[in-house]
Design a protein around this ligand. Sequence first.
Ligand code: AMP
Ligand code: GLY
Length: 419
Amino acid sequence: MNVLLIGSGGREHALAWALSASPLLTKLYCAPGNPGIAQVAELAAIDITDHRAVINLCKAKNIDFVVVGPEAPLVAGLVNDLNGSGIKAFGPSKFAAQLEGSKGFTKDICANYNIPTAAYGRFKDLEKAKAYLASQGAPIVIKADGLAAGKGVTVAMTLPEAEAALQDIFSGRFGEAECVIEEFLEGEEASFFVLSDGTHVLPLATAQDHKRVGDGDVGPNTGGMGAYSPAPCMTEALCSQALEKIVKPTVKALADMGHPYVGVLYAGLILTKEGPKLIEYNARFGDPETQVMMLRLRDDLLTLLLATADGTLDKVSVRWRDDFALTVVMAAKGYPGDYVKGTEIKGLAQDFGGDVEIFHAGTALKDGRLLAVGGRVLNITALGKTAGDAQVKAYDAIGKIGWPGGFCRKDIGWRAIKS
Ligand code: AMP
Ligand code: GLY
């Protein structure tokens, strides 16, 4: 079958890498893609926010199945529009994608279905929000309601910090002024991924990422500077609690609302003393968590994604390598602030060994030269028997890459290596 993958990041390169190995695949296309993805797929330079253009591409290339990578097209209803044109697609509908697109939507489901999460208030009015804040005190967490590319959350240790975050949201910085104010939770964070076909749920894997830019998890938040899988703290018992108490009730809630959740559901959890609590949902695969998960996946990704879209997840199973996978993000100097664009990357053509894959995120080819054009640029991903083993392989590979314009954290995986 012909498959079209939507997206252009490291996550999509990892998905393309796995999809390209499928025995079911005739030809893989990707829109818009990147130079790494171009090694395994034919790229289509279309504007993916133009749903008519995506549909026309599907018709022109006889696409049988579309896999949507990022959240923005999901929240914009690309899957609805594809399905409306008779094209099968992987990913939740616009309504179901609100699990990621609207924090208030998710919090209300948690309240109605008794899903463990931080206590919260939801506000459209600054004065009411301030009054609630005063009644709760600090530490407290302030969240803009909509998609804010990871920048809409303030974990405030003091009340003035919390008030400043509220002012920011109600100044309209994140679009519509609406916020969630929630209880500060303490515990280790982990991510839990499942596939849902609307009725059946298939647990995939666990992972942890490093959100802060600096070694030791300090400095500003980023899209993620590295990740590893599995998450050692997510024991089988905790996975089963997260599945039964958090994920399954959510899938039921969406089905009850008449909008079954079809796609991958990524639960961001905090492991509190009372058990796992939901921090947030994402309606897509994680980036860079997908890069590590794909290295561990033993079964055919395309079969799993098709079973999700077809409602037959009860007929498939999934196996993972026991090995540990770890990815280090190389970013352009200056990221997550203003970063340098257009520096050249050398040395990617060499053999890094069978356990290392390099996924491209923000790269472009110009006159035969590979240039860094994004903030997060490369994902150096390695498989090892232990976390330490995978870490050594990833950093050895980084040592062989010639990119003076880039940097990476030196301690990705420290928590897993310690445990
Ligand atoms: P989110 O975008 O909702 O994942 O939040 C970003 C980060 O803020 C999370 O990864 C947590 O580190 C932190 N965070 C979010 N909500 C809470 C909470 N209720 N308590 C403590 N930390 C939180
Ligand atoms: N790694 C965080 C995310 O994909 O949202």
